[in-house]
Design a protein around this ligand. Structure first.
Ligand SMILES: C[S@@+](CC[C@H](N)C(=O)[O-])C[C@H]1O[C@@H](n2cnc3c(N)ncnc32)[C@H](O)[C@@H]1O
Length: 426
C-alpha cells in the first residue's frame, strides 16, 4: 500500500525557535514538525502551509529520551522539549545565543556553557481555567496552538507546592460563580506561600468574596487578588502579609508581579550580572538598573555601588521603592516608561555601569540612547534572542564588544533562551 500524497518521509535538519523539528517538503517549503529532533528521519503528514504532523520516528536521534510527563503526548503547551536529552538542549540554547550575538555583529563572543535548572523548580505559574458543562473546572495549560485547557494530573516543571494549588483551585473554583466559562490564575510562590491573582469572566459577588476569604485562610494563601478579565485587579482576600526575600531584602510584590522563573534561575542571573560588571569601578560608583521589576537585580547590585532603579509598572516600582526605603539606602527606585521616556544619553552620563533586563520585545529606544551615550560598561539580560540580536546590532555599531555571555536555562524543557551578556567599549 502506498502512503497518501500528503504523507512523506522527511529528514529533520534543525530545531526551530519554538522547539519544532525543521524539515523541507519536496517543493522546498520549510516545515515545522513538532516533536521531531535534528538528524531524525520521520514519517510526517502535511498539516498546514508551514506545518507537518509527526506520525512516526523512523530513525531516532541518539539524544531522544522518553518524556517524564504524561501530558507531553497530549501536546501540553508547558513543555516543548521533554523528549530531548538535557545536554543536547543546553548545547542548542548556547548555540542560539552565539547565533544571536553573531547576527548582532559579535561573531567571536565568548559564550559559556548553559547553567541548567532542575525539574520542579518553577515558582511562577499562569494556569488556564475552564469550566466544563458538568460544572467541574479544568486547571492547567493550553495545548500548543489550541484554546482548550489540559487539566493537569502531573507537572515536572512546577514547584510541587504550586502544583498542589492546582488541585485546591479545582475544588474551590467549582463553587465560584465569578468563573463562568473561563479565566486564569497567576500564582507566584513567595516566602509567605502562594500569592494568587484570579482573573474571571463574571463579577465577584459577596458570596464569592466569602468563599475566597475562607479559601485564603484554610489553604495558607495570604492574599488572593481578583480581576474581571484584563481589568485592574483588587484584593479579594488578605489573611496576612506577603513577602519574598530578594538577595536578603524582603519585598512585598504586587499580585502577578514578574519574578525570575525559579530561585536557581535568579541565582544564576544575579551571579552572571555581578560577574559582568567591570572588576574595577570608580570609588562610590553609580549603577543604573533599567527594567528593574521588584528589585531582583537592584538589591544585589547595591553591594557594588549606589543603584538607581527604573521600572515602568506602577505596582512593581512602588514595591521596590518601599523595600529599598526600609532596607537598602543605596537603592533609589523610580517609575519610568523606558520606551516612551528612555534615559537620555546625557542622563546616562551619571552612571559608571548600566544593567538592563527588558521585556520580550527588547529595548530599542533605550538601547539607542545607550549607543549615543558615553556608557562604557553594560550588562544586558535577555529572554529573547531575536530582540538581543536587534538591540545588540545597535550596540556593536556603537563600538561595544562582548566580554562574557552566559546562557541561563531557567525554562527547562521549553525552547526559551535566557542569557546575560556583558559588554564594554573604550
Ligand atoms: C524581564 S522583567 C525584569 C525584571 C527584573 N529585572 C527582575 O529580574 O526581576 C522586565 C521588566 O520590565 C518592565 N517593563 C516592561 N516595559 C517597560 C517599559 N516600557 N519601561 C520600563 N519598564 C518596563 C516590566 O514591568 C518588568 O518588570
Amino acid at each position: 500500500m502506498t502512503a497518501p500524497a500528503d504523507t512523506l518521509r522527511l529528514e529533520v535538519t534543525a530545531l526551530g525557535a519554538q522547539g519544532d523539528g525543521i524539515a523541507a517538503w519536496p517543493d522546498g517549503t520549510r516545515l515545522h514538525v513538532p516533536g521531531a529532533l535534528p538528524a531524525e528521519q520521520v514519517q510526517a503528514r502535511r498539516a498546514g502551509p508551514q506545518r507537518a504532523e509527526l506520525l512516526e520516528v523512523l530513525r531516532a536521534s541518539p539524544d531522544r529520551v522518553v518524556p517524564p510527563c504524561r501530558h507531553v503526548a497530549e501536546g501540553c503547551g508547558g513543555c516543548a522539549l521533554q523528549h530531548w536529552a538535557m545536554p543536547a538542549q543546553s548545547a542548542w540554547k548556547r548555540a542560539r545565543l552565539a547565533d544571536a550575538l553573531a547576527r548582532a555583529g559579535f561573531p567571536d563572543a565568548p559564550v559559556a556553557e548553559a547553567a541548567e535548572t532542575p525539574p520542579r523548580a518553577r515558582r511562577r505559574a499562569d494556569f488556564a481555567l475552564r469550566r466544563r458543562p458538568d460544572g467541574t473546572v479544568a486547571v492547567g495549560f493550553h495545548p500548543r496552538g489550541a484554546a482548550e485547557v489540559l487539566d493537569l494530573s502531573e507537572c515536572h516543571v512546577l514547584d510541587p507546592r504550586l502544583f498542589a494549588l492546582a488541585g485546591q483551585l479545582r475544588v474551590v473554583l467549582r463553587r465560584l460563580s465569578a468563573l463562568g466559562r473561563e479565566g486564569s490564575a497567576v500564582v507566584n510562590l513567595l516566602d509567605t506561600g502562594p500569592d494568587l491573582l484570579l482573573r474571571t469572566d463574571r463579577p465577584l459577588d459577596v458570596a464569592g468574596r466569602r468563599l475566597l476569604a475562607a479559601f485564603s485562610a484554610q489553604a495558607g494563601i495570604p492574599r488572593i487578588a481578583w480581576a474581571l478579565g484584563e481589568a485592574l485587579h483588587e484584593t479579594a482576600a488578605q489573611a496576612g502579609p506577603v513577602s519574598i526575600a530578594l538577595s536578603g531584602v524582603a519585598v512585598a510584590p504586587p499580585p502577578g508581579a514578574f519574578l525570575q522563573a525559579s530561585p536557581q534561575g535568579e541565582a544564576a542571573i544575579v551571579g552572571a550580572v555581578l560577574a559582568g560588571l567591570p572588576a574595577k569601578l570608580p570609588v562610590r560608583p553609580r549603577i543604573a538598573d533599567l527594567y528593574a521589576g521588584v528589585g531582583t537585580l537592584s538589591f544585589p547590585l547595591a553591594a557594588r555601588g549606589r543603584v538607581d532603579a527604573f521600572e515602568g509598572d506602577a505596582g512593581a516600582a512602588a514595591a521596590l521603592d518601599e523595600a529599598a526605603r526600609r532596607a537598602v539606602a543605596r537603592v533609589k527606585a523610580q517609575r519610568r516608561d523606558l520606551a516612551r521616556r528612555p534615559l537620555l544619553a546625557a542622563e546616562l552620563a551619571a552612571f559608571d555601569a548600566v544593567v538592563l533586563d527588558p521585556p520580550f520585545a527588547g529595548a530599542a529606544e533605550q538601547v539607542a540612547q545607550i549607543a549615543r551615550s558615553k556608557v562604557t560598561a553594560l550588562v544586558y539580560v535577555s529572554c529573547n534572542p531575536a530582540a538581543l540580536a536587534r538591540d545588540g546590532r545597535a550596540l556593536a555599531e556603537a563600538g561595544f564588544r562582548v566580554t562574557a555571555a552566559t546562557p541561563v536555562d531557567q525554562f527547562r524543557w521549553s525552547a526559551q533562551v535566557e542569557a546575560v551578556v556583558a559588554l564594554a567599549r573604550g
